[in-house]
Each structure stands twice: as structure tokens, then as C-alpha cells.
Design a protein around this ligand. Structure first.
Ligand code: TXA
Ligand code: MG
Length: 313
């Protein structure tokens, strides 16, 4: 299949309107979109990514007016978070409207909704004319794409179009909060931190700290964010083995010399660079990637979450 690469959001939206699937940038990572009411196109998203059928998709809207099409049960906590953080890197999970296909939500009666901050993403969704469901535009299990080239690397020949723009600003996926229960649950950490969320809704709980550990977010149980190389979190007493075929990413220049090194000036820059660095390491057949541990506050908590998941297998 020939894949079109364009910088024109109206041209990219034509593919969605004709029943196709198209990758587009957001402020977090690139997404792979289909019209939310188009079950054939949604099925193609799962096939193109090799995504497990039990992992639900996020619905992306161009304006808060579109939320009413997706849910008539926006709880008070959801409303507060929407007012405070939309548009932005936050996904709010609420009970879905009957018209939202179960294919999009992997059979769940809830739907994750997000309004991207990136103006180009909202223009694209606006041209599509309906909300756009989109997972990250990577092959399932690989690091999320933060550049259009990473999308091409994974999905060339499997999708109709890439809406091309710059590298994404944040580089980690959105914060996900389930607002359907009595106390809202943080399901996935992102650049909007739990401290920021609790300023609006103090009772939000961190799903990971709950005893039952049940998978309220089906996606979090799947393997994620992994390069082919082994990921090792570098703490003070970590032993470094064969740096000559290994890579380093972090804030402080290490004492030993690695085959590939990326020194970041801030935790924000570290988060923004991580997934592209993982891909670069794989392209250069690096064996192990040593990733410096950072303090778990603000985006540092999301960064450590991704590092742990990548190091877990
Ligand atoms: O930043 C992002 O969120 C990016 C961009 C493209 O918007 N999208 C993204 O999508 O990361 P994806 O599909 O790779 O991750 C979606 C996550 C998964 O962990 C999924 O299980 C969870 O959100 N999720 C989606 N709908 C849900 C629902 N109804 N209930 C619980 N979790 C849900
Ligand atoms: Mg993903």
C-alpha cells in the first residue's frame, strides 16, 4: 500500500473521511487515527499495529463540544479535570454513549477522551468532522513514536497517510485518569502529575499503590515501550558491564565511556528524548541501555514509570 506523507491537515483528514487510517502528531506522541464511528477503519488500526483486541483506544476531540457525542455521564471529577487541563496531555475515562462502537473501547462500557494541546492535531480532527480514535502510532510493544520518521519505520505499507510535523514536545504518553468510580484513579502517569491533578480533585488515588492491583487500564498489563536492547535503570550502586557495546541516557555525564551517550539538560529533555533514543540504540545494535534514575516528582514520575516497564522483561 502506498503511504502518503503530507503536512496538510485537510489532505490527511480526507483519508479518515474516506474510511482510511492516518497517523498524526500530538504534543505527547504521534497517534494512529480512524473515525470513531468507522468500525472497518478501527479494525485496521488493531491489525496495522498488531494490537491486542482487549486494549481500548482513546477518543481525540477538537473541541470540548464533541465530548457530548461520546458520553452523557461526565462525572463531577471528570468535569473538573476537563475544565482544568483540556486541551492538554490528559485522558479522562468516563462511561461511553451507546453510539460509540465497542470495537473502539475493546468491549468496555467506558471511553477515554482527550483533547490534544497541539493546534495542528486539533485542526486535523476538526477537518475529520467526528472524534478520532487513536492509539500511539507504533507497532504494538515498541516505543511510542515521537517523530514522523519513527511512525514510518514501524507502519510504512500498513497505513494510508502520515500527517508530518516536528518531533513531539513532551515525548511521553498522556496521563490517564479513570473518573467513573467514587474516587478517581490515576491509571497511567504522564506529564500532568498526580500533584497537579490533586489540586483540582484531591481524592484521586494512584492505581499502582492500590492493594488489589486489578487492571482497570487494560493497556497497562501489556508489554510496553521496549527497545530490543536491555534497559537497565542506573542507580548509584549499579554495576556497569561492557559499556563498549552499551548506551547511556541521563542528566550527569557518567565516569565510564559508552558506545552511545545522550546527556540531557533537564528531566523534560530526558523525557522528550527517551523513546527516540531507544530506537536509535536498536538501529545501532546496542546491547544494553543504561538509563539514569531521576527523582519521582512531576514528569520524573512518568519517566521512571516508562523506564521500569521497559526494564521489566
Ligand atoms: O498521549 C497519548 O495518550 C497518545 C496520543 C496519541 O494521544 N495515545 C496513546 O494511546 O498513548 P495508547 O492506545 O497507546 O494508550 C492508551 C492507554 C492504554 O493504556 C489503554 O489501556 C488506556 O489508555 N485506556 C484507553 N481507554 C481506556 C478505558 N476506557 N479504560 C481504561 N483505560 C483505557
Ligand atoms: Mg501505545
Amino acid at each position: 500500500m502506498r503511504m502518503v506523507i503530507t503536512e496538510d491537515p485537510a489532505e490527511a483528514a480526507e483519508f479518515i473521511k474516506k474510511g482510511g487510517i492516518c497517523a498524526f502528531p500530538t504534543e505527547t506522541v504521534y497517534g494512529l487515527g480512524a473515525g470513531i464511528f468507522d468500525e472497518t477503519a478501527i479494525a485496521r488500526i488493531f491489525a496495522a499495529k498488531g494490537r491486542p483486541a482487549d486494549n481500548p483506544l482513546i477518543a481525540h476531540v477538537s473541541s470540548t463540544d464533541q465530548i457530548a457525542q461520546l458520553s452523557s455521564e461526565v462525572t463531577q471529577s471528570a468535569r473538573k479535570l476537563i475544565d482544568a487541563f483540556f486541551p492538554g496531555p490528559l485522558t479522562v475515562v468516563v462511561v461511553k454513549a451507546p453510539c460509540v462502537p465497542l470495537l473502539a473501547t475493546a468491549g468496555l462500557d467506558t471511553i477515554g477522551i482527550r483533547m490534544p494541546a497541539l493546534p495542528l492535531a486539533r485542526r486535523f480532527i476538526g477537518f475529520c468532522g467526528t472524534p478520532v480514535v487513536a492509539p500511539s502510532a507504533n507497532l504494538s510493544g515498541r516505543p511510542s513514536p515521537t517523530t514522523w520518521e519513527a511512525v514510518r519505520e514501524d507502519l510504512d505499507g500498513r497505513i494510508d497517510c502520515i500527517l508530518k510535523s516536528d518531533a513531539t514536545e513532551i515525548g511521553l504518553e498522556s496521563t490517564v485518569v479513570d473518573c467513573t468510580g467514587i474516587s478517581p484513579l490515576l491509571l497511567r502517569k504522564g506529564s500532568i502529575s498526580i500533584e497537579q491533578l490533586r489540586k483540582e480533585v484531591p481524592e484521586i488515588e494512584d492505581h499502582e499503590l492500590r492493594e488489589d492491583g486489578s487492571a482497570r487500564s487494560p493497556g497497562m498489563k501489556h508489554r510496553h515501550y521496549s527497545p530490543d536492547a536491555d534497559v537497565i535503570i542506573l542507580e548509584k550502586d549499579t554495576e556497569i558491564v561492557s559499556p563498549g557495546i552499551s548506551a547511556f541516557i541521563g542528566l550527569k555525564r557518567p565516569e565510564v565511556t559508552f558506545a552511545l551517550e545522550r546527556i540531557c539538560r533537564s528531566v523534560d529533555e530526558y523525557a522528550k528524548s527517551l523513546f527516540a533514543f531507544f530506537r536509535e540504540c536498536d538501529a545501532k545494535q546496542i546491547k544494553s541501555i543504561y538509563c539514569e534514575a531521576v527523582e519521582e516528582s512531576g514528569i520524573g514520575a512518568a519517566l521512571m514509570d516508562r523506564l521500569r516497564r521497559a526494564s521489566e522483561h
